[in-house]
Design a protein around this ligand. Structure first.
Ligand code: B1M
Length: 210
């Protein structure tokens, strides 16, 4: 679809205003919010990710792309949230300590809301203790940890261990995700599940609470 390619190109170029316009236009053309997200916005972010890795673009370009992505996500948020009438329970979600990446975590949060979960988002660079405090105070069914850096993945293990230390481990399911995270890593740290993407995270959360 031409408009989805244009969306991906504008994310890559970091054109926030045009990205919003195109997102709106795509909706007006009758496109599904999930299609716009997956085949336009995420495609653009993935492509800038490849260029970043290959040193073809640098942090400033990635930041403006991320900003364009966030603007468009705000438009899609209420639509991705359709069908969330009856609450399925609470999910505490956050990006782990030392890690500032939040685009994927935000998408996971939005999709969970869409599926009927009440999402408590702790943001980025979340200390282990903050996750534990949130489990104590909100009593969620699920806690979701996101990490995009190999150097911050150990913090996921620390959250699981701290929950165990505080006798909270059996009270909550722990799910993890983010580009460098894998199922073997989830098994190794004793998480209840791993998902490679936001849709899978929703399925996982649903399966774990049943
Ligand atoms: Co950074 N960065 N970054 N970055 N960045 C990566 C992650 C990197 C892979 C780029 C590369 O190729 N070299 C690399 C990490 C290497 C590694 O450790 N393996 C990297 C690096 C090195 C860094 C810095 C260290 C760079 C520097 O300063 N020299 C620095 C670290 C800052 C910090 O966190 N302390 C840094 C900074 C940044 C920006 C601030 C510029 C920006 C973040 C902006 C923001 O998030 N607000 C940024 C970005 C945007 C990226 C890339 C290009 C894109 C990430 C993204 O948003 N993808 C990324 C390259 C890449 O991933 N290919 C890169 C789109 C998003 C939709 O996908 O986040 O994977 P993703 O989320 C997916 C799934 O992973 C999954 O579902 C999501 C939706 O499908 N998922 C979950 C995510 N969380 C989940 C949780 C779940 C379940 C599924 O359950 C709870």
């Amino acid at each position: 679809m031409e408009i989805l390619n244009k969306l991906a190109e504008n994310i890559e170029a970091g054109n926030a205003a045009e990205t919003k316009n195109l997102t709106q236009k795509a909706l007006e053309q009758g496109m599904m919010a999930s299609e716009i997200l997956n085949n336009g916005l995420i495609k653009g972010m993935n492509s800038i990710g490849v260029k970043f890795r290959n040193n073809e673009v640098f942090i400033p370009e990635v930041l403006v792309a991320a900003r364009a992505m966030k603007g468009a996500l705000e438009i899609l948020r209420p639509l991705l949230g359709e069908g969330g009438a009856d609450s399925k329970g609470k999910v505490v979600i956050g990006t782990v300590k030392g890690d500032l990446h939040d685009i994927g975590k935000n998408i996971v949060g939005i999709m969970l809301e869409g599926a009927g979960f009440e999402v408590i988002d702790l943001g980025t660079d979340t200390p282990v203790e903050k996750f534990v405090e949130a489990v104590k105070s909100h009593k969620p069914a699920v806690v979701g940890l996101s990490a995009l850096l190999t150097t911050t993945m150990p913090s996921m293990k620390q959250v699981v261990e701290k929950l165990r230390e505080e006798n909270l481990r059996d009270a909550v399911k722990v799910i993890i995700g983010g580009a460098p995270v894998t199922q073997p890593f989830a098994d190794e740290i004793g998480a209840d599940g791993y998902s490679a993407d936001a849709t899978g995270a929703v399925d996982l959360a649903k399966a774990l609470i049943n």
